[in-house]
Design a binder for this molecule. Sequence first.
Ligand code: MV4
Length: 598
Amino acid sequence: MFKKVLVANRGEIAVRIFRALEEMGIASVAVYSEQDRDALHAGRAEEAYNLGDGPAAENYLNVEKIIDAAKRSGAEAIHPGYGFLAENAPFAQACEDSGLVFIGPPPSAIEAMGSKTKARELMQAAGVPIVPGTTEPVKTVKDALKIAKGEIGFPVAVKAAGGGGGKGFRVALAEADLEGAFEGASREGEKFFSDPTVYLERYLPDPRHVEVQVLADRHGNVIHLGERDCSIQRRHQKVIEESPAPEWIVDEAMRARIGEIGVEAARAVGYVGAGTIEGLLQDGEYFFLEMNTRVQVEHCVTEMTTGVDIVKEGIRAAAGEPLSHRQQDIHLRGHAIECRINAEDASKNFAPAPGKIGAYSEPKGPGVRVDSGVGEGGEVSPMYDPMVAKLIVWDADRAQATKRMLRALDEYEIEGLKTLIPFHKALLSTEQWAKGETCRGLLEDKAWLKTLAFETPPKASEQGEDEKVEQTYTVEVSGKRFDVRVIGPPTAAFASSAQGAAMNGSAAAPRAKRSERKSAAGGGPDTLESPLQGNMWKVLVKEGDAVSEGQLLCIIEAMKMENEITAHKAGVITALPISEGSPIAAGAPIATIKSAEE
Ligand code: MV4
């Protein structure tokens, strides 16, 4: 086994890997950017190397600096985590060339799965069902039209071959949309992956995203750990994941079938370590979508239901050890749910809401796990992913796990930041969630999302004035906390869960937390500043435009993510010092909006 391992990542996943290393008796090495000098992960390892200032390209994505740090520290292996260099075949190769073990699959497997057309071809040859469509790149709009009208039929999905996770994904509902979809997907492929190649798939109208965790060692053993249902997504970002899928969605026979598909797919590319086969499930049919050749954010729900430590197994496999479990020893028990606690404002189109964390207290108690990358006094930097933590719960079944999650969300206190906690509470209280629906309509429902603005409860007139409910608030007097009951019109928090008819018809009124009771800064300053550093990708408004609160103003591309920036208030745009294609710094002005009455 390795004696020392460097973790080329930050945040919660770096901490998660350090924990595994410690339990395995392996010394750990952290790397950090100048901005992350005080970050939790940088202080969590036995040794830490500063990779310098600047954007990720100059530190967390800098192959030379990372390999140099590994060499200097005497580490024998590098764990890439997820994101950054995790699915970068040249990096995996560079590790090998420097005599370091890359904790992950061979570069050839990363490369094969990196090209979505190559992956589809490989899977088809291995007998794995793929979404009907092309395995060859489609070169022109004319070719695309011929194929779409012929063998596939509308609606059709146009996807970038270099893409994945929804990047470079466009839908053409009918012939007239195809040209736009083709060019959009191609442009995004070129922009993000330097590859304009696209392919076509039949567009499935309302599939579920069901994926399967696999583990493979260097001795030819490949096993699967059952499925995860990740159908709750927002702009292709997963927000809630569960394992297993609701029992009425995936039964034992389907689970065995999906598991076999996962094992077949992993074998076909000579996989080693922990990986995930993503697929779509519709009308009892399962189709391979893509393989993620890394440990995933949502691996934890599978750890809870199987008892297998996926991170440790990945490290063991890389070191040449056999897997600790045989397929016949894997049994799923109970139900696990994960909520991503992102610093985002669901009521403002999920705009990133980075900042400094004030008081911070994590939920505890039976069946609760929190994997966090920041703590009290920590900072969610606009430079990086806005995920503060992952809250994972386990209980005997889905309904009980849901109640446990609502309880844990209620215990979670994060001051100073807007997070998805109110969103999760509201969503998990809906009838749609209880029924195991994909909730796609709900996630796009602006009016519903708006009710999640805890700090600016809608006016009574918007609420139905006659409605009166009893609510419990916690107030703090001289350092002591008291529960106070209030009878009155429902606040947004309660309205949303009550509206959803909830679990067993008895939604508990979420208590307003200290952080949720701060009054809104009525109107607020006129100038909206960029919450993050990036590139101005699209500007959708112009000076003189009248905008409503929450209206989309522009999209900033940062860290391969498109971040929608929405108006912080209603009014008229009097200044707009931004232009498409230009870089923008965190804190730089985006727009000045004057309210009508000013
Ligand atoms: C699809 C699809 C429908 N048809 N592909 C791709 C990336 C992943 N994040 C979601 N992706 C989808 N690919 C075809 N041919 C629909 C989605 C999709 C989706 C699927 C399941 C559950 C939620 C979803 C939300 C958005 C898009």
